[in-house]
Design a protein around this ligand. Structure first.
Ligand SMILES: [Zn+2]
Length: 114
């Protein structure tokens, strides 16, 4: 009987370990997804905002947002934003950002990385 108890415990530990490993894999995946692109395509003129102008927005606590990046277009000098994540969440975030940055002048690129 004593041994049985031990075996059960070991099984439980094994399961727990597996669960933790799976979780680690998942977070690794998230980091990969959250990698920023080399450039953002400007929605105003179709130019490029290079990575050197990027500013990664703090999206912690925003449900469904994986990464949000602003960049300055090298052609028309207007700010452009790329957001990836859940479509509903990105749409909402864009509205907020557009409001913040003065509406119409903001080019937004919506990226779907999944
Ligand atoms: Zn542009």
């Amino acid at each position: 009987m004593k041994q049985n108890k031990n075996q059960k415990r070991q099984l439980k530990l094994k399961k727990e370990k597996k669960r933790l490993e799976t979780r680690r894999h998942e977070s690794n995946r998230m980091i990969k997804i959250a990698k920023v692109p080399d450039f953002i395509t400007c929605n105003e003129c179709g130019g490029k905002a290079p990575q050197s102008t990027f500013e990664i927005l703090n999206t912690k606590g925003m449900d469904g947002i994986e990464v949000a990046v602003t960049g300055i277009c090298s052609d028309c000098k207007l700010p452009t934003i790329a957001v990836s994540g859940d479509p509903d969440a990105t749409a909402e975030l864009m509205m907020v950002l557009q409001d913040k940055m003065g509406g119409g002048q903001l080019g937004i690129e919506q990226r779907k990385l999944k």
